[in-house]
Design a protein around this ligand. Sequence first.
Ligand SMILES: Nc1ncnc2c1ncn2[C@@H]1O[C@H](COP(=O)(O)OP(=O)(O)OP(=O)(O)O)[C@@H](O)[C@H]1O
Length: 369
Amino acid sequence: MNAHTTAVLRADDAVPLPEPRPPVIRLDRVGKIYRPRGNAEPVTALHDISIDVGAGEILGIIGRSGAGKSTLVRIVNALERPTAGRVELDGVVLSELPEAAARTARRSIGMVFQHFALLARRTAADNVALALEIAGWARRDIAPRVDELLDLVGLEAQRDRYPSELSGGQKQRVGIARALAVRPKVLLCDEATSALDPETTQQILSLIARIRRELHLTVVLITHEMNVVKSIADRVAVLDQGRVVEQGSTFEVFAHPRHDTTKSFVGSVTGSLVSDELRARLQPEPVAGGRTVLRIVFTGPNADEPVLSRVTRLLGIDVNILAGQIDPIAGRSFGTLIVAVPGEPVTVEAVRAALARLNLSTEILGHVA
Ligand SMILES: Nc1ncnc2c1ncn2[C@@H]1O[C@H](COP(=O)(O)OP(=O)(O)OP(=O)(O)O)[C@@H](O)[C@H]1O
């Protein structure tokens, strides 16, 4: 080892390495087979699911009806045991704990439900207090904690209202305050915004994002809506027929969806750009003298460059812009543009190659006369 190497090693040694921290939630090859009573065939609800959720991270798990989301939620909060694999919560193997210990471990997970699950005969404050009563908190500690929680979710003024006197968004704020009451490490949101209108959904998602920051919480959002995931999730796992078909950073999954199910979820956000009228005219094969319709995805640094005019000048062709949209995804700009270019295959390929050189991905949506 020469002097220089030694010096470099010393310099590195002086910087304390961050402690390698295990994920807060680790699903390791989790499977679940239901064996219905009678002669019905067994149902594989989950197969070989491996997902890690890091401390302070927001993970979105997205899937259609029947994909296995509810089963996954019940397994993560130890209401159900997997038939294969293991579930770790903060280093404890949840899936192997006896029932009483699993009940205690469950307190590290705050649950938020789609339909709020509030008691109609209790006020907002008393609904939050209930979680503390169940956890055995002393009476004198409950009142100040409830005030603190209602303050955190912006509901001080509604503390004495009953659920029937609250809006959907306010009910969900109570649900979030209740979920956080005993200071869980993880907030598990099961379709938490599915019963809310789009504006209220965004307000609740902003609240969850703020709480995550302030409390350094780990959040798992289970949903069937890409709009929910795209707003606040750092990472996303796509569940399809009981399997994780794709997972990664939300932005990457959005920008480069690989699996058909992911493509269709991404399309549900950007797909409305293709009007019904255009969709009806799109043909699968090139039309002589016609045009080809492309979807161009702008991500990162190119999002605000005049790339289209550059390509137009470079190739000497006309580009018609049919539709466009910019979405903020995981804090970055994600632009989608639908354009029509002259339909000769060589021209289309030249356009795609020129855009690829600018790091823009394109997809042929079809051809029009
Ligand atoms: N107790 C059970 N016994 C037998 N099969 C079950 C049971 N619970 C769920 N399943 C099956 O497991 C699969 C996954 O169901 P699950 O409820 O987890 O899906 P999901 O994604 O939550 O759907 P949804 O959004 O419609 O609630 C489905 O095929 C379902 O029929």
